[in-house]
Design a protein around this ligand. Sequence first.
Ligand code: ASP
Length: 440
Amino acid sequence: MSIYAVKFGGTSLADAGQFRKVRSIIEANPARRFIVVSAPGKRRDGDIKVTDMLEDCLSLALSGGDFETLLEKVKRRYTEIADDLGVNMDFDSEFNIIATCLTAMPHRDYTLSRGEYLSAKLMAAYLGRPFVDPAKCVCFDENGALDEDETQALMEKTLAPLDGAVIAGFYGKNPDGSIKTFSRGGSDVTGALVARAVSADLYENWTDVSGLMDADPRIVPSAKCVESVSYRELRILSYMGASVLHTDAVKPVSQRGIPINIKNTNRPEDAGTLIVPELPREHRRLSVTGVAGRKGLSVLQVEKSMVSDGAGFTAVLLDVFKRHRVPFEQCLTGIDTITIVIRGELLRPRQDDIIRDIARELDPDTLKIIDHLSMITVVGENAADSADVSAKLIGAVQAGGIHISTINQGAGRLNLIIGVAENDYSRAIQLLHGAISEMA
Ligand code: ASP
């Protein structure tokens, strides 16, 4: 029989009604055996997620303020859900422990992790499945990085004897046994680790949207859900700002070729987006998968005559950035010119020193910095003729009167990145999306 690892995000667990939807989704398919949960999220606009409330409790505890009143509100979120579902749980003792820790030794990761811990315990009691505490099987090393091998070994050992389980997302343990969380949204990563550990046939990630959109719907109201996307395309679109899954959630499943299905808890009948190693052949007619972008970028352009005849110029230039610990996003080389794209907020504090070092070490003919740029990417691994598609896309932006400052395109698969002024960002995305829709 198939095995699914199934992760539910915060809005899927926001109240008792959402817990009921989760149960009916799980009961609809016996393959849904390993369930990973987030902490209860927002019930409506303006509501506060449990994790954010816990973070506020921590700040109050650290500043000697009254955290008890807020912690009591967090407790009420859980007791209301439990009472409505008819689940009997001793939240008094759980919250007494949290309050004692906040008083004696406030610890960020421990405090924030309690949202997922209690959510998973409650879901386990509601579903009648065993609860698994990831503090036993998700391991971080002394540098705070996930210990992949140890986690895989311990998780396999913990989950293999179980027919099914509910596992808390978002946290694990340090080598000394203390709690450590992933970055925010990290339950997606736990879900991927569980999928890998149980060799799942599918990793379902249930959220409140019916999949990855082919553009930001706040900019393009007619944006549509993408049917399927390759891991590589997702990586590029997420890097450029499309947010549907934690970026670290792809690696554990892509290593094993496990597909991910983004699904909507509020519309389980929707197919959602399937994230796969390679796009299926029948989708080859779809030339473009989506468009996404990032603002707040700066471009540093260095020009030096005859530079392409010499060796090592680019290496010296990049070494300046390395020494100043400023990562770059893209490096475009032309004849006698090199263009480096950097996040403005990272460049600005080091800008004067970097310019001084480049001037001293490379003696360029010109050196200029352009700020307030944005980069927009269009991906489509199945674009039959990516050069032709790129030409149409670039043409559409230019026809809209927008100046394109950089163009970067890898060979083969469509992965076009264009740079435009931040002021033109939304309009350029709309023009690109319009051109994509015409081509589909
Ligand atoms: N509850 C955590 C957060 O709000 C982790 C998660 O939901 O994945 O970031």
